[in-house]
Design a binder for this molecule. Structure first.
Ligand code: ZN
Length: 254
């Protein structure tokens, strides 16, 4: 790969976070931005986030929150997430062209393959809904089919927990990588890897800063970006359908 691309995921209607990340991506000279879904849900500015993503990203994968915008969607969500997605759906539908917009979001591709690289929201074998948690690295039964479904590298989001999985090794968190952020991929040795890019708009690894990765074919660099958490927190608190916990969790990154 002769150029640097940025891969982002799980924006969740957090515009302040998205804007900060886009600035950081531009400053780092990434030529393309790929988005792994969950642009909406939980957060206060779904439409604004979608408009930016649509404008800036050359690839956009569907997340489980976009999927849940379909009529009757979100039935698998907990009560808090369901109220948030119902509010999000109503908000988008109230816009001019809202029905077309919802139709567009619910028909985004679930999987994309470029050469030996797979892009999904959840997991290689179940692209939209399955979670690959750090502890799953020890679950050979669960992980083997994931790696079998990969030509070489897979980029995922969904858990909001950044890190890299390789066959027969523990989950490698960014803090355990070179300089706390750089993971060297061994292309020559043929080693497969699943890379979780973390979350822009709702990090859950106890670091409230937005997370995304830069990828150049040989290595993955994890970036953490500060954003105006208080601004997004305040917006969430002002919307009754969005549970206060969705605001407070942003402060601690959980
Ligand atoms: Zn998500």
């Amino acid at each position: 790969m002769d150029k640097k691309i940025a891969i982002i995921s799980d924006i969740h209607g957090n515009l302040s976070a998205l804007e900060s990340v886009l600035k950081d991506i531009a400053a780092n000279g990434a030529r393309e931005i790929w988005c792994l879904g969950d642009i909406v849900g939980y957060g206060p500015q779904p439409l604004e986030c979608w408009r930016l993503i649509e404008q800036k990203c050359s690839v956009i994968i569907m997340g489980n929150h976009e999927k849940a915008l379909a009529p009757g969607g979100g039935e698998k969500f907990n009560a808090r997430a369901r109220r948030a997605i119902d509010w999000t759906r109503d908000k988008l539908l109230a816009e001019a062209g809202g029905e077309e917009l919802v139709a567009k979001l619910t028909s985004l591709p679930t999987t994309l393959e470029k050469g030996e690289i797979l892009f999904v929201h959840g997991s290689p074998r179940e692209p939209t809904d399955e979670y690959l948690m750090p502890r799953d690295c020890r679950n050979t039964l669960k992980m083997r089919p994931q790696f079998e479904a990969l030509a070489r590298y897979g980029f995922v989001g969904h858990t909001h927990l950044p890190g890299v999985m390789e066959p027969d090794q523990d989950f490698v968190r960014p803090e355990d990588m070179f300089l706390g952020k750089i993971y060297a991929l061994d292309y020559e040795a043929g080693v497969k890897a699943i890379i979780n890019v973390g979350s822009v708009g709702q990090p859950r690894d106890r670091d409230p800063r937005s997370c995304y990765v830069l990828f150049d074919g040989d290595s993955v660099v994890y970036r953490r970006v500060e954003y105006d958490v208080r601004a997004t927190r305040k917006r969430i608190l002002e919307i009754p359908a969005l549970d206060n916990m969705l605001a407070e969790r942003l402060v601690d990154g959980r």
